[in-house]
Write a protein that binds this ligand. Structure first.
Ligand code: ADP
Ligand code: MG
Length: 479
């Protein structure tokens, strides 16, 4: 039997006549297939089905698909299939725009790499000290995931050697360009061996991508999965506002629809700050995510939002793109974006999986041109509703379902999520269902608990032990 060409295979993996596109169509090792099954990855996502046949065949690739479409596995499976574990040298470099994204990518690769023992993956990002990173590099790694600036630092110091590299991945390439990393990417790519595979992933396709690809990709196969969300899952509504009533309208939306988790997109950082002030004044828990935050504060913001102890994340597009946040009931577009593709992108964060989501949009008269462009792009007319139909759905304040407790002590103290869960469900006697996400960072552990048990949980944890030791616990925010 002859091996199918990537083209043949792609025709099969993307065949429309069946809804199922099992990973078993791909030339993957049985252990990998079993691991995918265990992870609950039963079928390829569309971008995976479109790109993996080419990526696994070693071709260069430009792949475009919206956030949350499974792009990480689309490159991770390719690089893992080529990895030689016995060769202890950096064989893959993945460039990501921010540390959070690098962390997310690292986690996903780790999950996918479980089928094979002893694969060493290192994350190298700014915001952490160089010395431990250099020590880790000395111990060696197969895969490095990092931000362009920090990777460049290591290359300059000679602590990172790329001579054995066979795969270069540019993840979230559009975002890296937004952040001004073009020159850094060029510098890093020039230090990679010429004989290599280059995979470029992006949610949108701005001009700079073509420029990058002309310089660094060889005959890339371009695959694009259109950002058509299932219209039925995202219910979109528009409201006309005046300049002065815009921010107030956001709280009206929140109190009317009462979503448990919302991202509110603003076009500027100033607008983000103003909105947080307006919402906080009304007792709505909102936090801003923007580029000026210290790394630690940024981490805390994301932890609180992802564990559902903050109702509203207020963000600019640059700050929020790429973040993988499930369970979002609503997206509010506080300002209309000038780029209709960005609009599609923003609203694609709600209505994931089987859940329904709201996309609620505010527009003033001077933004109607932008609204028109969005209508053209979406191929349908906007559904306008009057602002005065927004009435509070309940007299109760809009409170997030969970509360975050912060435990002093983290990875450095060898605390693991299971230790905290054990302390809460063991001696303290809480049900597992009352405990939410647990995040362990170097020096702190964050655990989300149901609002109704928060005080009790703090006192039980403080009087009991975690990992055999007494710990200090507090609410991350005031109650
Ligand atoms: P993107 O990079 O396109 O924004 P991610 O790679 O972060 O998307 O994937 C989004 C989520 O989907 C992740 O939580 C990932 O674990 C999950 N995922 C990816 N591929 C599959 C699959 N084939 N089946 C089920 N879940 C998947
Ligand atoms: Mg991604």
């Amino acid at each position: 039997m002859s091996t199918p060409t990537p083209q043949d295979l792609a025709a099969q993996t993307t065949a429309a006549k069946t809804a199922d596109h099992p990973f078993s169509l791909l030339p993957l090792a049985p252990a990998m297939l079993a691991n995918l099954q265990q992870l609950g990855y039963l079928n390829m996502t569309p971008i995976q089905a479109a790109s993996l046949p080419f990526a696994l065949a070693g071709q260069d690739l430009i792949a475009q698909a919206k956030t949350g479409s499974g792009k990480t596995a689309a490159f991770a499976l390719a690089l893992l299939s080529r990895l030689d574990v016995r060769r202890f040298a950096v064989q893959t470099l993945v460039l990501c725009p921010t540390r959070e994204l690098a962390d997310q990518v690292t986690q996903e690769i780790r999950r996918l790499a479980r089928a094979e023992e002893n694969i060493k993956i290192l994350t190298l990002c700014g915001g952490s000290t160089m010395r431990p990173q250099m020590a880790s590099l000395e111990h060696g790694a197969h895969i490095v995931v990092g931000t362009p600036g920090r990777i460049m630092d290591h290359l300059e110091r000679g602590s990172l050697n790329l001579s054995a590299l066979n795969t270069l991945v540019l993840d979230e390439a559009d975002r890296m360009l937004d952040m001004g990393f073009f020159d850094d990417i060029v510098t890093v790519a020039k230090q990679c061996p010429k004989e290599r595979q280059t995979l470029l992933f992006s949610a949108t396709y701005p001009e700079g991508i073509a420029k990058l690809s002309q310089q660094f990709l060889r005959n890339p196969k371009e695959v694009k999965v259109q950002g058509t969300h299932e219209a039925s899952k995202i219910r979109q509504r528009w409201y006309e506002v005046e300049r002065e009533t815009r921010l107030d309208a956001v709280s009206k939306l929140l109190l009317h629809y009462r979503p448990a988790s919302t991202i509110a997109f603003c076009n500027t950082k100033q607008q983000c700050r103003d909105l947080v002030d307006v919402l906080s004044a009304q007792g709505i828990e909102a936090i801003a995510l923007h580029g000026d935050l210290e790394q630690r504060d940024r981490d805390q913001v994301l932890i609180q939002f992802a564990n559902r102890s903050c109702s509203v994340l207020v963000a600019t597009d640059v700050a929020a793109r790429g973040l993988d946040i499930a369970q979002l009931e609503a997206v509010i577009n506080v300002d209309v974006t000038p780029d209709p593709e960005v609009h599609i992108h923003r609203i694609g964060r709600t209505g994931r999986g089987d859940a329904e989501g709201w996309a609620l949009n505010l527009a003033s008269l001077d933004e109607m041109g932008r609204v028109g462009n969005i209508e053209v792009m979406q191929g349908r007319e906007s559904e306008w509703h009057p602002l005065n139909e927004l009435t509070p759905a309940s007299k109760e304040p809009l409170l997030p379902p969970m509360i975050t407790l912060q435990i002093l002590g983290g990875r450095k103290e060898k605390i693991r999520p299971g230790d905290v869960l054990g302390a809460l469900t063991g001696d303290a006697g809480f049900a597992g269902s009352q405990i939410g996400k647990i995040n362990v960072t170097d020096f702190h552990t964050y655990v989300a608990v149901e609002r109704s048990i928060a005080r009790q949980a703090v006192s039980k944890l403080s009087s009991g032990k975690v990992k055999g030791k007494k710990v200090k616990v507090r609410f991350l925010n005031e109650l």
